[in-house]
Design a protein around this ligand. Structure first.
Ligand SMILES: *Cc1c(COP(=O)(O)O)cnc(C)c1O
Length: 413
């Protein structure tokens, strides 16, 4: 069953003819016609011999394209229900690719609660090319309407957001953008196309850090830009080749391998997260749990409408006290202190000093990222083991306060 030809993946059959899991395994990657290999081959070469001068070969130079990347790009497009996909060497390279659409004098509206690296490339790199940014609280779609100017070109959304899991109503915001002639972009890294398809909700472009759930095994860095708009795709593809932040054949192969089990993995991530969130809710050391599946999530209704499940990321707040957080961290055995998310192994991070360290402290605090905030990327281990480990670490965190108190007593004594 050749769902798409890798050579002509622009014109592949409509994705809706097959279910998501069938596409994840087949789209873009027929069995190798030469050998029958059931896995799409890696062509480890930087250049391709050409038949004649002035011919139009499918592949000529690996920056411009190679078969494994074409397979990956077709697969990514199919999973988002889109016509076109482009693969990059990282999520940041994918974000940069979309920002290449801008020119000096342009204006971008972005959600306030944003991946730190996205905030950094906006404010530290593109701002210096005279692109201006307005960060708004997109929980209120009206804030988008109020921020639109004559020179606004892009609306940048991330939902659920990192690290506070706030939600944006994609349909409401993208329709406002469309009416104003503004392209809307959704970073769909947290939800994945298993839980949410932004293009169907009116987005023009979806970006991913495939480093996270799409590859899912914490062993490769990658990014994707996906659209159904042929004109936009042509522009983005041109920038992709110009800039050259492209993934090599091995990385594309690994990502394709990860994608085959995407929905199975995401479902288990969601199931484990649900159990862990329920445990955290009851723990006395925790001040607040941020999880879109919680009944008390301020946008619980939108979460149910927009997401088919609630994902594998949970954030929670301990007392705003770095010593307590450090004790929690040292108390973890199964959970690893690390950047990143979406892999099989459970990770936790401290946004204030890690993923969001590049956000100015006052902006960070104003956005609700306290020193007591911990973000969990719930992995695929047994939920009961993960809970037991968290329980022990949280006990250790509480001991910190007791220690601090008794240390103070000692000093006072
Ligand atoms: C990690 C991440 C990125 C950046 O991706 P890299 O692959 O690390 O370059 C962008 N957006 C979100 C939401 C992320 O979590």
């Amino acid at each position: 069953m050749a769902i798409t030809s890798t050579k002509h993946h622009d014109t592949h059959e409509p994705a809706h003819r097959y279910g998501f899991d069938t596409l994840a395994i087949h789209a873009g990657q027929p069995n190798d016609p030469l050998t029958g290999a059931v896995n799409f081959p890696i062509y480890q070469t930087s250049t391709y011999g050409q038949e004649e001068i002035g011919g139009k070969p499918d592949f000529c130079y690996t920056r411009t394209g190679h078969p494994t990347r074409a397979a990956l790009e077709a697969n990514l497009a199919a999973l988002e229900g889109a016509r076109f996909g482009l693969a990059f060497s990282s999520g940041m390279a994918a974000i940069n690719n979309v920002l290449n659409l801008l020119q000096a004098g342009d204006h971008v509206i972005a959600c306030r609660d944003l991946y730190g690296g996205a905030y950094r490339i906006f404010t530290k790199l593109y701002a210096k090319f005279d692109v201006s940014f307005t960060f708004v609280d997109t929980r209120d779609p009206g804030s988008v309407r109020r921020a639109i100017r004559d020179n606004t070109r892009l609306l940048w959304l991330e939902t659920p957001s990192n690290p506070l899991l706030t939600l944006t109503d994609i349909e409401a915001c993208t329709s406002l953008a469309r009416r104003a002639g503004v392209w809307s972009v959704v970073d769909n890294t947290f939800a994945t196309p298993v839980l949410q398809r932004p293009l169907r909700l009116g987005a023009d472009i979806v970006v991913h850090s495939t480093t996270k759930y799409l590859n899912g095994h914490s062993d490769v860095l990658g990014g994707a830009v996906i659209t159904s708009d042929a004109e936009l795709h042509e522009k983005l593809k041109f920038f992709q080749n110009c800039v050259g932040a492209v993934p090599g054949p091995q990385d594309c192969f690994l990502t394709l391998r990860g994608l085959k089990t995407l929905s199975l993995r995401v479902q288990r991530h969601c199931d484990n997260a649900r159990r862990i969130a329920a445990f955290l809710e009851t723990h006395p050391a925790i001040k607040r749990v941020h999880y879109p599946g919680a009944a008390h999530h301020p946008q619980a209704e939108l979460a149910r409408r927009q997401l088919s499940d609630f994902g594998g990321v949970i954030s929670f707040e301990l007392e705003d006290d770095i010593e307590r957080v450090k004790r929690f961290s040292r108390g973890c055995r199964l959970w690893t202190l690390a950047e990143s998310l979406g892999g099989v192994k459970s990770l936790f991070c401290h946004p204030a000093t890690m993923t969001h360290a590049s956000v100015e402290p006052d902006v960070r605090r104003a956005n609700g990222i306290t020193d007591g905030l911990i973000r969990l990327s719930v992995g695929l281990e047994d939920a009961s083991d993960l809970i037991r480990d968290l329980d022990a670490a949280l006990d250790a965190a509480r001991d910190a306060t007791r220690d601090a108190r008794s240390a103070r007593h000692r000093v006072e004594a």
